[in-house]
Design a protein around this ligand. Structure first.
Ligand code: AMP
Length: 213
């Protein structure tokens, strides 16, 4: 199974990809995580890409393609999250698939209006200790000082209002046109990501043929 999960930041790609991974056993490959790991490790490459990440800009294509390729080579079944982000990357992915004689099965797009996304992203907080992600209003963490208190929390460097707007603009300009690219290949499915998480999951599983519609 080779699936791309696409959509703007805050649409819930990570959450849905994790559920798909659980249901199908396909490996979740998240390029944003690869980028953050590289930065946290303080490597030379990490230093080079840190500014792009902080500003909410795309890392140059050659770099992200080189970072992603080994994961695609290593796994037969995958759910690709955060890649491709533009036409060049989509073409690079097609070339990699051609080399091994395989095709993409589905491109699942999660969609939500920008104002919903900005609200979701700016309220996002991550527990430093557990990595669990919460939302200050919609999914608040256990009470401060309680036994389950997972604090302290951090906000992603690119979850500032300015970087969020930047990331959404880049999405609309560069990534969204890929919908036509995959529509023409007949493998695109679009899902309303403003529904409840479980409903979105139902739709995603149906889209990849893991559940009857
Ligand atoms: P994300 O967690 O998917 O929002 O990714 C965080 C950041 O990593 C992005 O704002 C980019 O700087 C970088 N990044 C992740 N995936 C890609 C990609 N496919 N192309 C270029 N930059 C990427």
């Amino acid at each position: 199974m080779r699936i791309i999960i696409m959509g703007p930041q805050g649409a819930g790609k990570g959450t849905q990809a994790a559920k798909l991974e659980e249901e199908t056993g396909a490996t979740h490959i998240e390029t944003g995580d690869l980028v953050r790991e590289e930065i946290n490790q303080g490597t030379e490459l990490g230093e080079k890409i840190q500014e792009y990440n902080e500003r909410g800009e795309l890392v140059p294509d050659e770099i992200i393609i080189d970072m992603t390729k080994p994961y695609l080579d290593e796994n037969d079944s995958w759910i690709l999250d955060g890649f491709p982000r533009n036409k060049e990357q989509a073409q690079a992915l097609d070339e990699m698939l051609d080399e091994i004689g395989e095709d993409l099965d589905r491109v699942v797009v999660l969609e939500a209006p920008d104002d919903v996304l900005v609200e979701r992203l700016s309220g996002r907080r991550q527990s430093e200790a557990t990595g669990e992600v919460y939302h200050i209003e919609h999914d608040p963490p256990p009470e401060e000082g309680s036994e389950e208190d997972p604090g302290p929390f951090v906000q992603r460097e690119d979850d500032t209002e300015e970087a969020i707007r930047n990331r959404l603009e880049t999405y609309h300009e560069q990534t969204e046109p890929l919908k036509d690219y995959y529509e023409e290949k007949g493998i695109l499915v679009t899902i309303d990501a403003t529904q409840d998480i479980d409903e979105v999951t139902e739709n995603v599983l149906q889209a990849v043929g893991e559940k009857d519609s």
